[in-house]
Design a protein around this ligand. Structure first.
Ligand SMILES: [Ca+2]
Ligand SMILES: [Ca+2]
Length: 146
């Protein structure tokens, strides 16, 4: 049977007990995973790599029911969250404007747009393009020119 309780420091502790052994998880992340008596640690809440880029470090305790002295052992479990492409690029402004002289030369800069993406690797790499053919952009730099 699994139980969840609140500790003094505000962390939830997941414990699993039967007649032989109990297992408990302590530390940041103990509210997103649980452990069963077989030792399997599984997810109990939705994960978000972007809010936990360093993952979770858990301390798992195995305790026997010895009497009068119960014995226990502790192990550190580091959990890494692998990334998915769950964020769209976000521009840093709602609209941009630029001004350019009528006699501007080809490739003169009109303005610069900037967007960022919280995902890792290719999922976070941004390539800019314009849907109308009035202007063209230089790939990956966000610069607009005539
Ligand atoms: Ca993305
Ligand atoms: Ca992501």
């Amino acid at each position: 049977m699994a139980s969840i309780r609140q500790t003094r420091n505000g962390h939830e502790v997941v414990t699993v007990e039967n007649n032989i052994t109990s297992l408990a998880i302590f530390g940041h992340g103990n509210n997103v995973v649980s452990i069963v008596i077989s030792g399997v640690i599984s997810v109990i809440k939705k994960l978000d790599r972007e809010s936990k880029p360093n993952g979770y470090s858990l301390a798992v305790v195995a305790r026997d029911h010895g009497y009068p002295i119960a014995r226990y052992s502790t192990v550190l479990v580091n959990v890494t969250i692998s990334d998915i492409n769950d964020n769209s690029p976000q521009f840093d402004k709602f609209t941009y404007s630029g001004m350019i002289r009528e006699d501007a030369s080809l490739s003169d800069v009109v303005t610069r747009v900037r967007a960022s993406d919280e995902d890792q690797g290719l999922s976070g790499d941004i390539i800019y393009s314009i849907t109308s053919n009035l202007y063209t952009t230089s790939t990956n730099r966000g610069l607009a020119s005539r």
